[in-house]
Design a protein around this ligand. Structure first.
Ligand SMILES: NC(=O)c1ccc[n+]([C@@H]2O[C@H](COP(=O)([O-])OP(=O)(O)OC[C@H]3O[C@@H](n4cnc5c(N)ncnc54)[C@H](OP(=O)(O)O)[C@@H]3O)[C@@H](O)[C@H]2O)c1
Length: 340
Protein backbone atom coordinates (compact mmCIF):
# COMPACT_ATOMS: atom_id res chain seq x y z
CA UNK A 1 0.00 0.00 0.00
CA UNK A 2 1.06 3.56 -0.57
CA UNK A 3 -0.66 6.90 -0.43
CA UNK A 4 -0.68 10.28 1.21
CA UNK A 5 -1.55 11.06 4.82
CA UNK A 6 -2.91 14.59 5.16
CA UNK A 7 -2.96 15.88 8.74
CA UNK A 8 -4.36 19.25 9.77
CA UNK A 9 -3.15 20.81 13.03
CA UNK A 10 0.12 18.80 13.05
CA UNK A 11 1.89 21.46 15.11
CA UNK A 12 -0.47 21.03 18.09
CA UNK A 13 -0.29 18.47 20.88
CA UNK A 14 -2.43 15.74 19.33
CA UNK A 15 -0.87 16.41 15.92
CA UNK A 16 2.66 15.99 17.25
CA UNK A 17 1.63 12.80 19.09
CA UNK A 18 0.34 11.37 15.80
CA UNK A 19 3.41 12.44 13.82
CA UNK A 20 5.70 10.90 16.44
CA UNK A 21 3.95 7.52 16.18
CA UNK A 22 3.70 7.73 12.39
CA UNK A 23 7.45 8.24 12.14
CA UNK A 24 8.05 5.06 14.17
CA UNK A 25 5.73 3.05 11.92
CA UNK A 26 6.25 1.49 8.47
CA UNK A 27 3.83 4.08 7.04
CA UNK A 28 6.54 6.75 7.45
CA UNK A 29 8.26 5.21 4.44
CA UNK A 30 5.41 3.67 2.47
CA UNK A 31 3.36 6.88 2.60
CA UNK A 32 3.90 10.55 1.85
CA UNK A 33 2.64 13.17 4.28
CA UNK A 34 1.15 16.62 3.99
CA UNK A 35 1.31 18.61 7.20
CA UNK A 36 -1.17 21.48 6.94
CA UNK A 37 -0.14 24.29 9.30
CA UNK A 38 -1.19 27.87 9.87
CA UNK A 39 2.35 29.17 9.41
CA UNK A 40 5.20 26.90 8.26
CA UNK A 41 7.79 29.28 9.76
CA UNK A 42 6.20 28.91 13.20
CA UNK A 43 5.58 25.16 13.08
CA UNK A 44 8.38 24.53 15.56
CA UNK A 45 6.84 21.61 17.47
CA UNK A 46 6.17 19.79 14.20
CA UNK A 47 9.70 20.44 12.96
CA UNK A 48 11.14 19.18 16.24
CA UNK A 49 9.14 15.95 15.86
CA UNK A 50 10.30 15.60 12.25
CA UNK A 51 13.93 15.56 13.40
CA UNK A 52 13.24 11.90 14.24
CA UNK A 53 11.93 11.11 10.78
CA UNK A 54 13.48 8.03 9.22
CA UNK A 55 15.49 8.54 6.06
CA UNK A 56 13.07 8.42 3.17
CA UNK A 57 10.08 10.03 4.92
CA UNK A 58 8.56 12.21 2.20
CA UNK A 59 6.59 15.18 3.43
CA UNK A 60 5.43 18.69 2.65
CA UNK A 61 4.55 21.40 5.16
CA UNK A 62 1.85 23.50 3.50
CA UNK A 63 0.11 26.64 4.79
CA UNK A 64 -3.62 26.96 5.40
CA UNK A 65 -5.80 29.09 7.62
CA UNK A 66 -9.13 27.45 8.38
CA UNK A 67 -10.49 30.79 9.58
CA UNK A 68 -10.77 31.69 5.92
CA UNK A 69 -12.91 29.92 3.31
CA UNK A 70 -10.60 31.35 0.61
CA UNK A 71 -7.46 30.00 2.29
CA UNK A 72 -9.06 26.55 2.75
CA UNK A 73 -10.06 26.59 -0.92
CA UNK A 74 -6.55 27.62 -2.05
CA UNK A 75 -5.00 24.88 0.07
CA UNK A 76 -7.33 22.24 -1.40
CA UNK A 77 -6.53 23.45 -4.94
CA UNK A 78 -2.80 23.15 -4.23
CA UNK A 79 -3.16 19.58 -2.91
CA UNK A 80 -5.48 18.61 -5.79
CA UNK A 81 -3.01 19.87 -8.41
CA UNK A 82 -0.15 17.92 -6.78
CA UNK A 83 -2.18 14.69 -6.76
CA UNK A 84 -3.41 15.30 -10.32
CA UNK A 85 0.15 15.83 -11.58
CA UNK A 86 1.27 12.61 -9.89
CA UNK A 87 3.80 14.36 -7.65
CA UNK A 88 1.77 13.09 -4.68
CA UNK A 89 -0.10 9.77 -4.41
CA UNK A 90 -3.86 9.91 -3.65
CA UNK A 91 -4.85 10.66 -0.07
CA UNK A 92 -5.38 7.51 1.95
CA UNK A 93 -5.91 9.20 5.30
CA UNK A 94 -7.36 12.67 5.64
CA UNK A 95 -7.15 13.57 9.33
CA UNK A 96 -9.24 16.61 10.28
CA UNK A 97 -7.53 17.48 13.55
CA UNK A 98 -7.07 21.27 13.62
CA UNK A 99 -9.33 22.89 16.18
CA UNK A 100 -9.83 25.67 18.71
CA UNK A 101 -11.71 26.15 21.96
CA UNK A 102 -12.41 29.72 23.08
CA UNK A 103 -13.48 29.77 26.73
CA UNK A 104 -12.64 33.31 27.81
CA UNK A 105 -13.36 35.19 24.63
CA UNK A 106 -15.55 34.85 21.57
CA UNK A 107 -13.69 35.38 18.31
CA UNK A 108 -14.87 35.94 14.75
CA UNK A 109 -13.16 34.95 11.52
CA UNK A 110 -12.19 36.82 8.39
CA UNK A 111 -15.46 35.53 6.90
CA UNK A 112 -17.44 37.00 9.80
CA UNK A 113 -18.31 33.66 11.42
CA UNK A 114 -17.85 32.59 15.03
CA UNK A 115 -14.49 30.92 14.73
CA UNK A 116 -15.10 27.63 16.61
CA UNK A 117 -17.92 26.96 14.18
CA UNK A 118 -15.82 27.79 11.12
CA UNK A 119 -12.52 26.14 12.07
CA UNK A 120 -13.84 23.07 13.88
CA UNK A 121 -16.83 22.32 11.65
CA UNK A 122 -17.32 24.29 8.46
CA UNK A 123 -13.70 24.22 7.25
CA UNK A 124 -13.75 20.42 7.55
CA UNK A 125 -17.03 20.22 5.63
CA UNK A 126 -15.58 22.44 2.88
CA UNK A 127 -12.11 20.87 2.75
CA UNK A 128 -13.43 17.33 2.50
CA UNK A 129 -15.76 18.10 -0.40
CA UNK A 130 -12.98 19.90 -2.28
CA UNK A 131 -10.44 17.12 -1.68
CA UNK A 132 -12.64 14.15 -2.62
CA UNK A 133 -11.14 14.15 -6.13
CA UNK A 134 -7.72 13.42 -4.56
CA UNK A 135 -8.84 10.66 -2.20
CA UNK A 136 -7.75 7.08 -2.68
CA UNK A 137 -10.91 5.55 -4.19
CA UNK A 138 -10.14 2.08 -2.87
CA UNK A 139 -9.07 2.58 0.73
CA UNK A 140 -9.41 6.29 1.49
CA UNK A 141 -10.41 7.17 5.05
CA UNK A 142 -11.56 10.55 6.33
CA UNK A 143 -11.25 10.96 10.09
CA UNK A 144 -12.57 13.83 12.16
CA UNK A 145 -11.43 14.44 15.72
CA UNK A 146 -14.31 14.50 18.16
CA UNK A 147 -14.57 15.04 21.91
CA UNK A 148 -16.47 13.83 24.97
CA UNK A 149 -17.79 17.41 24.97
CA UNK A 150 -19.94 16.59 21.92
CA UNK A 151 -22.48 14.72 24.04
CA UNK A 152 -24.60 17.05 26.18
CA UNK A 153 -25.57 14.07 28.35
CA UNK A 154 -22.05 12.77 28.94
CA UNK A 155 -20.58 13.18 32.44
CA UNK A 156 -20.90 16.73 33.71
CA UNK A 157 -21.54 18.29 30.27
CA UNK A 158 -25.21 18.70 31.14
CA UNK A 159 -24.49 21.58 33.53
CA UNK A 160 -23.59 23.69 30.50
CA UNK A 161 -27.18 23.55 29.23
CA UNK A 162 -30.66 24.35 30.36
CA UNK A 163 -33.15 21.64 29.33
CA UNK A 164 -34.42 24.02 26.67
CA UNK A 165 -30.90 24.55 25.29
CA UNK A 166 -30.37 20.79 25.13
CA UNK A 167 -33.46 20.45 22.96
CA UNK A 168 -32.36 23.22 20.60
CA UNK A 169 -28.63 22.61 20.24
CA UNK A 170 -28.59 22.30 16.46
CA UNK A 171 -30.38 25.24 14.87
CA UNK A 172 -29.89 26.77 11.45
CA UNK A 173 -26.37 27.02 10.05
CA UNK A 174 -26.86 30.75 9.69
CA UNK A 175 -27.61 31.07 13.41
CA UNK A 176 -24.85 28.72 14.50
CA UNK A 177 -22.27 30.50 12.34
CA UNK A 178 -23.06 33.70 14.27
CA UNK A 179 -22.30 31.95 17.56
CA UNK A 180 -23.62 34.18 20.29
CA UNK A 181 -27.29 34.26 19.41
CA UNK A 182 -27.91 30.72 20.57
CA UNK A 183 -26.36 31.19 23.98
CA UNK A 184 -27.99 34.07 25.74
CA UNK A 185 -27.18 33.33 29.40
CA UNK A 186 -24.10 35.51 29.55
CA UNK A 187 -21.52 33.02 30.91
CA UNK A 188 -18.58 33.28 28.53
CA UNK A 189 -17.07 30.05 29.84
CA UNK A 190 -20.25 27.99 29.48
CA UNK A 191 -21.16 29.49 26.12
CA UNK A 192 -17.59 28.77 24.96
CA UNK A 193 -17.95 25.15 26.05
CA UNK A 194 -21.28 24.89 24.25
CA UNK A 195 -19.88 26.39 21.05
CA UNK A 196 -17.01 23.88 21.14
CA UNK A 197 -19.37 21.00 21.92
CA UNK A 198 -21.66 22.08 19.10
CA UNK A 199 -18.82 22.09 16.55
CA UNK A 200 -18.02 18.46 17.41
CA UNK A 201 -21.68 17.44 17.47
CA UNK A 202 -22.12 18.88 13.97
CA UNK A 203 -19.18 16.80 12.73
CA UNK A 204 -21.04 13.72 13.99
CA UNK A 205 -24.13 14.64 11.97
CA UNK A 206 -21.96 15.42 8.95
CA UNK A 207 -20.21 12.02 9.18
CA UNK A 208 -23.49 10.14 8.64
CA UNK A 209 -24.66 12.37 5.80
CA UNK A 210 -21.42 12.36 3.80
CA UNK A 211 -21.02 8.61 4.33
CA UNK A 212 -24.53 8.00 2.91
CA UNK A 213 -23.73 10.16 -0.10
CA UNK A 214 -20.36 8.44 -0.64
CA UNK A 215 -21.98 5.00 -0.33
CA UNK A 216 -24.34 5.88 -3.17
CA UNK A 217 -21.58 7.24 -5.43
CA UNK A 218 -20.44 5.14 -8.40
CA UNK A 219 -16.74 5.93 -7.82
CA UNK A 220 -16.40 6.91 -4.16
CA UNK A 221 -18.34 4.17 -2.38
CA UNK A 222 -15.24 2.57 -0.82
CA UNK A 223 -14.28 5.71 1.05
CA UNK A 224 -14.88 5.58 4.81
CA UNK A 225 -15.66 8.46 7.16
CA UNK A 226 -14.88 7.98 10.83
CA UNK A 227 -14.98 9.90 14.09
CA UNK A 228 -12.20 9.58 16.66
CA UNK A 229 -12.53 10.71 20.28
CA UNK A 230 -9.10 11.17 21.87
CA UNK A 231 -10.46 11.32 25.43
CA UNK A 232 -8.83 13.97 27.61
CA UNK A 233 -5.25 14.85 26.82
CA UNK A 234 -3.34 17.34 28.92
CA UNK A 235 -0.36 19.36 27.80
CA UNK A 236 -1.80 20.42 24.45
CA UNK A 237 -2.62 24.03 23.51
CA UNK A 238 -6.36 23.56 22.97
CA UNK A 239 -7.16 25.60 26.09
CA UNK A 240 -4.83 28.48 25.18
CA UNK A 241 -7.90 30.76 25.25
CA UNK A 242 -9.17 29.28 28.51
CA UNK A 243 -9.23 30.40 32.14
CA UNK A 244 -6.26 29.82 34.44
CA UNK A 245 -7.96 26.95 36.32
CA UNK A 246 -8.59 24.98 33.14
CA UNK A 247 -4.97 25.51 32.08
CA UNK A 248 -3.85 24.21 35.47
CA UNK A 249 -6.17 21.19 35.04
CA UNK A 250 -4.49 20.45 31.71
CA UNK A 251 -1.09 20.26 33.43
CA UNK A 252 -2.53 17.75 35.92
CA UNK A 253 -4.20 15.78 33.11
CA UNK A 254 -0.85 15.43 31.42
CA UNK A 255 0.59 13.76 34.52
CA UNK A 256 -2.49 11.51 34.95
CA UNK A 257 -2.31 10.55 31.27
CA UNK A 258 1.33 9.58 31.68
CA UNK A 259 0.56 7.37 34.71
CA UNK A 260 -2.49 5.84 33.00
CA UNK A 261 -0.42 4.88 29.99
CA UNK A 262 1.30 2.21 32.12
CA UNK A 263 -1.87 0.68 33.55
CA UNK A 264 -4.97 1.26 31.50
CA UNK A 265 -5.89 0.09 28.02
CA UNK A 266 -8.40 2.80 27.13
CA UNK A 267 -8.58 5.24 30.03
CA UNK A 268 -10.39 8.56 29.74
CA UNK A 269 -7.17 10.54 30.32
CA UNK A 270 -4.53 9.71 27.70
CA UNK A 271 -1.22 10.93 26.35
CA UNK A 272 -0.60 12.41 22.92
CA UNK A 273 1.53 9.36 22.10
CA UNK A 274 -1.06 6.81 23.16
CA UNK A 275 -3.59 8.74 21.11
CA UNK A 276 -1.16 8.90 18.17
CA UNK A 277 -1.01 5.08 18.09
CA UNK A 278 -4.82 4.81 18.36
CA UNK A 279 -5.28 7.32 15.55
CA UNK A 280 -2.80 5.51 13.34
CA UNK A 281 -4.90 2.37 13.72
CA UNK A 282 -8.05 4.27 12.82
CA UNK A 283 -6.26 5.35 9.63
CA UNK A 284 -5.00 1.95 8.53
CA UNK A 285 -6.16 -0.99 10.61
CA UNK A 286 -8.31 -3.44 8.65
CA UNK A 287 -8.76 -6.03 11.41
CA UNK A 288 -10.33 -4.21 14.34
CA UNK A 289 -12.79 -2.08 12.35
CA UNK A 290 -12.93 -3.90 9.00
CA UNK A 291 -11.63 -3.06 5.54
CA UNK A 292 -14.38 -0.51 4.92
CA UNK A 293 -15.38 0.92 8.30
CA UNK A 294 -18.32 3.12 7.36
CA UNK A 295 -19.43 5.94 9.66
CA UNK A 296 -17.90 4.39 12.77
CA UNK A 297 -17.12 6.34 15.92
CA UNK A 298 -14.12 5.21 17.89
CA UNK A 299 -13.23 6.28 21.41
CA UNK A 300 -9.46 5.81 21.69
CA UNK A 301 -9.14 2.23 20.48
CA UNK A 302 -12.71 1.09 21.20
CA UNK A 303 -15.83 1.25 19.07
CA UNK A 304 -18.26 3.73 20.61
CA UNK A 305 -21.20 5.82 19.40
CA UNK A 306 -21.96 9.42 18.50
CA UNK A 307 -24.30 11.39 20.78
CA UNK A 308 -27.97 10.77 19.98
CA UNK A 309 -28.32 14.45 19.00
CA UNK A 310 -25.99 13.73 16.03
CA UNK A 311 -28.10 10.79 14.85
CA UNK A 312 -31.19 12.68 13.73
CA UNK A 313 -31.39 12.06 9.98
CA UNK A 314 -33.58 15.09 9.27
CA UNK A 315 -31.06 17.29 11.06
CA UNK A 316 -28.19 15.75 9.07
CA UNK A 317 -29.90 16.50 5.75
CA UNK A 318 -30.75 20.07 6.70
CA UNK A 319 -27.24 20.63 8.06
CA UNK A 320 -25.73 19.42 4.81
CA UNK A 321 -27.80 21.66 2.57
CA UNK A 322 -27.29 24.76 4.70
CA UNK A 323 -23.55 24.06 5.09
CA UNK A 324 -23.16 23.90 1.30
CA UNK A 325 -24.41 27.47 1.09
CA UNK A 326 -22.39 28.70 4.06
CA UNK A 327 -19.16 27.12 2.75
CA UNK A 328 -19.77 28.50 -0.76
CA UNK A 329 -19.68 25.09 -2.47
CA UNK A 330 -20.68 25.42 -6.10
CA UNK A 331 -21.02 23.35 -9.26
CA UNK A 332 -17.68 21.77 -10.23
CA UNK A 333 -16.13 22.07 -6.75
CA UNK A 334 -16.54 18.43 -5.82
CA UNK A 335 -16.54 15.07 -7.58
CA UNK A 336 -19.27 13.76 -5.26
CA UNK A 337 -22.14 12.87 -7.60
CA UNK A 338 -25.00 13.57 -5.20
CA UNK A 339 -23.56 16.68 -3.57
CA UNK A 340 -26.58 19.01 -3.62
N1 LIG B 1 -6.59 17.89 24.10
C1 LIG B 1 -7.73 17.29 24.37
O1 LIG B 1 -8.02 16.88 25.51
C2 LIG B 1 -8.75 17.09 23.28
C3 LIG B 1 -9.89 16.34 23.60
C4 LIG B 1 -10.84 16.13 22.62
C5 LIG B 1 -10.65 16.62 21.35
N2 LIG B 1 -9.53 17.34 21.05
C6 LIG B 1 -9.41 17.83 19.67
O2 LIG B 1 -8.13 17.47 19.16
C7 LIG B 1 -7.75 18.37 18.14
C8 LIG B 1 -6.33 18.85 18.39
O3 LIG B 1 -6.32 19.53 19.63
P1 LIG B 1 -5.05 19.67 20.57
O4 LIG B 1 -5.50 19.30 21.92
O5 LIG B 1 -3.87 19.02 19.98
O6 LIG B 1 -4.89 21.26 20.58
P2 LIG B 1 -3.72 22.20 20.02
O7 LIG B 1 -2.43 21.79 20.63
O8 LIG B 1 -4.16 23.60 20.23
O9 LIG B 1 -3.71 21.88 18.46
C9 LIG B 1 -4.65 22.46 17.60
C10 LIG B 1 -4.03 22.62 16.23
O10 LIG B 1 -5.00 23.23 15.37
C11 LIG B 1 -4.34 24.23 14.62
N3 LIG B 1 -5.24 25.32 14.22
C12 LIG B 1 -5.99 26.10 15.03
N4 LIG B 1 -6.60 27.05 14.31
C13 LIG B 1 -6.23 26.88 13.03
C14 LIG B 1 -6.52 27.56 11.83
N5 LIG B 1 -7.30 28.64 11.79
N6 LIG B 1 -5.98 27.11 10.68
C15 LIG B 1 -5.14 26.04 10.70
N7 LIG B 1 -4.82 25.34 11.81
C16 LIG B 1 -5.36 25.77 12.97
C17 LIG B 1 -3.28 24.80 15.56
O11 LIG B 1 -2.32 25.48 14.79
P3 LIG B 1 -1.09 26.30 15.45
O12 LIG B 1 -0.07 25.27 15.77
O13 LIG B 1 -0.71 27.26 14.40
O14 LIG B 1 -1.65 26.97 16.66
C18 LIG B 1 -2.79 23.53 16.24
O15 LIG B 1 -1.78 22.93 15.51
C19 LIG B 1 -8.79 19.50 18.15
O16 LIG B 1 -9.73 19.27 17.13
C20 LIG B 1 -9.44 19.33 19.52
O17 LIG B 1 -10.76 19.82 19.51
C21 LIG B 1 -8.59 17.61 22.00
Amino acid sequence: MSGTILLTGPNGGIGVGFVTQLLKSPYAITHSAIYAVRDPEKALALKAALKNAPKGHKYLILPVDFESLASTRAFAADVNSRVKSGSLPPIQALILNAGVQDLVIEKFTKDGMERTFQINYLANFQLTLLLLKSMDKQHGRIIYISSTAADPNWGSNGRNYTEDQKRTIVTSVENMSRGVEEFPDGSVFRTGQRRYALSKLLLGGWMYEIQRRLDGDSKLSNISVLGHDPGWIGGTSIIRNGPFLVKALFVILRIIGFINSFFSANSLVRTIYRNGSDLLRVCFDQKAFGEYPKALYIDGSVLYHTPKEAQDVEMQKRLWKESLVCAGIKEGDTVLENWK
